[in-house]
Design a protein around this ligand. Structure first.
Ligand code: THU
Length: 161
């Protein structure tokens, strides 16, 4: 058996569904409020919740570098904190650097993939992920699991009654 994952490459925004285009615009707006004085790399994430609500996140850096957090986890943790029982339908991610053009899709780091996947597993429905730079092609995956096929998942870590 061979395990494969599926990533769609779309050459233009027109190929996205209208709600996905809107989510990318919201991610782009979110990136404007990133706090990224160290990397000067501004990332925005926008979540579409099952009730139609949009939740925004952006990277928040800190002078003690590892204390900062990526845009994706800022958005997912905000959703978890404010709407713990509400499913997340889609997430769009985009980025812009102050130093160079960002014209290819921005893909989430490994730690964010692991964190996002746990929300997906808990809600038992896939979260569509849309990725784009400031311009250029778009990547879309139908589920976070597509980006993390072999992931850390250990039921024994949970307390059993
Ligand atoms: N960053 C994100 O916000 N999301 C990612 O998926 C990758 C990286 C942020 C972290 C840091 O503030 C800056 O981008 C440079 O790594």
């Amino acid at each position: 058996m061979i395990i494969t994952t599926e990533i769609e490459e779309l050459s233009s925004l027109e190929e996205l569904l209208p709600d996905e285009r809107e989510l990318l615009i919201n991610a782009s707006i979110a990136k404007e409020n990133a706090y990224a004085p160290y990397s000067r790399f501004h990332v925005g994430a926008a979540l579409l919740m099952e009730n139609g609500l949009t939740i925004l996140g952006n990277n928040q850096e800190n002078m003690a570098y590892p204390s900062g957090l990526c845009a994706e986890r800022v958005a997912f943790f905000a959703a978890g904190a404010q709407y713990p029982k509400m499913a997340i339908h889609k997430v769009a991610i985009t980025a812009a650097s102050e130093l160079f053009p960002s014209n290819h899709p921005i893909a989430p780091c490994g730690a964010c993939r692991q964190a996002m996947l746990e929300y997906e597993m808990n809600q038992k429905s896939p979260i569509t992920l849309i990725m784009r730079g400031t311009t250029g092609k778009v990547y879309r995956v139908k589920g976070i699991s597509q980006l993390l096929p072999l992931f850390f998942h250990e039921e024994g870590l949970k307390a059993h009654a």
